[in-house]
Structure formats: structure tokens, C-alpha cells
Design a protein around this ligand. Sequence first.
Ligand SMILES: O=C(O)c1ccccc1N[C@@H]1O[C@H](COP(=O)(O)O)[C@@H](O)[C@H]1O
Length: 218
Amino acid sequence: MTLVVKICGLSTRATLDAALEGGADMIGLVFFPASPRHVELDSARALARAAAPQAEVVALTVDADDAQLGAIIEMVSPQLLQLHGHETPQRVAAIKQRFGLPVMKALPIATAADLAVLPDYAAVADRLLFDARPPKDATRPGGLGACFDWTLLQGIELAVPYMVSGGLSPANVAEALRISRATGVDVSSGVESAPGVKDPELIRAFIRAARATEQLSV
Ligand SMILES: O=C(O)c1ccccc1N[C@@H]1O[C@H](COP(=O)(O)O)[C@@H](O)[C@H]1O
């Protein structure tokens, strides 16, 4: 299966271009005001138009209601919804049915016990995304630059593709892929010079490092 590389939390044209020129498959736009990567709908629309059709546009939301999702979909026309909150399997199914878009559900991982919910989510989501479980006092559920133990994913069998995220960087993405056997990677903090400030050179380095693993596996 071809590796999917997603660069998340883009908010400027220059860093979007770095991701596109580097060969990102997906670009993520964050719609969560507490995040340093939050984008308003009008700038998100311009970025999404510039990204298509080269990369899939992913709209990241956190426990968004139907009105918020509807506004994002109408303005931005994303190809994939990333649900990064506490959305239940029932809510995931309802969002898919209502909006007719593929959904990637992000799930927090800290221990093997966190894998118990996978079958329920795999039954309704198009993709799963594993991220480090945030600390209880975190102001956002992701984008924290924290890794989890990738060996927890060894041996999982899912009917849907899964991506790994959380604390990835150009330096560790190859190891994360080797250990987790994920078919995709997602990064935000690890390609930034400060929270919310993407670095074009780190973006290119991340994509290069991820793509290099594809040559190892042929
Ligand atoms: O990026 C954010 O600010 C964010 C906010 C709320 C939910 C998720 C967010 N980002 C996602 O978190 C993971 C891990 O990010 P990082 O590489 O550790 O910074 C990634 O999937 C982002 O899409």
C-alpha cells in the first residue's frame, strides 16, 4: 500500500507550497480556536483551493456540531474530515451519513487498554489515526508534539487503513513507520520552529524521510 503523508496545521501559502512541492498527499487545516494552528474559514478556503487537486484537504475538528461542520464543508470543500475529539462511534456514523464525506477518527493511545475501542471505530470510520493521549490538563487534544509507544500497534489487524501521529519529526518518522507498520503518517509540531509556525525546510525533510521508507519496503 502506498504511504500517505499528511502535513497538518498549515496556515500560510508559503508553507502550503512547501508541503505540495515536497509531495504531501494530505494537508490538514485546523478548525479549533484553542489551537495555535486554527484557521478562519476564508483563509482556509483560499488554502484549500490552492492545494487541490494535488493534495487531499483534511478538515480537523474537535467535537464540532453539525452547524460547524456544515459551515466548514460549505466554505472549504474538504475531501476528508478528521475528528480529533471525543466523538463516539455513533457520532462518527452520523457525521458520515449527514455529510457524505469520508471520516478519519483520531484515537488517543497510551496503553494497550486504549486499543479496545478499535473494532467499534473501524466499523464506522474510513481511516483511523493514532495519536498520543494528551495529559488531563491539556488545552487541546492533539498537536502537542508527544509520542506514544508505537510497539502497542504491532499485531493490530484492522479492516481500515491507519495512520500514526504524535511527536513525529524528520528524525523519528522512519522508526515510527517501521515499528507501527502504519500506512500513513501525520505531523504538525515536528515541522515547526515555534507553536503554529511551520518551517518549509522541516516540512520537506519530513516528507523526504517518510518517503525514503517506501524504497526500503520494495
Ligand atoms: O495541531 C493542533 O493544534 C491540533 C489541535 C487539536 C487536535 C489535534 C491537533 N493536531 C493533530 O495532533 C496530531 C499530533 O500532532 P503533533 O505532530 O504531535 O503536533 C496530528 O494528527 C495533528 O493533526
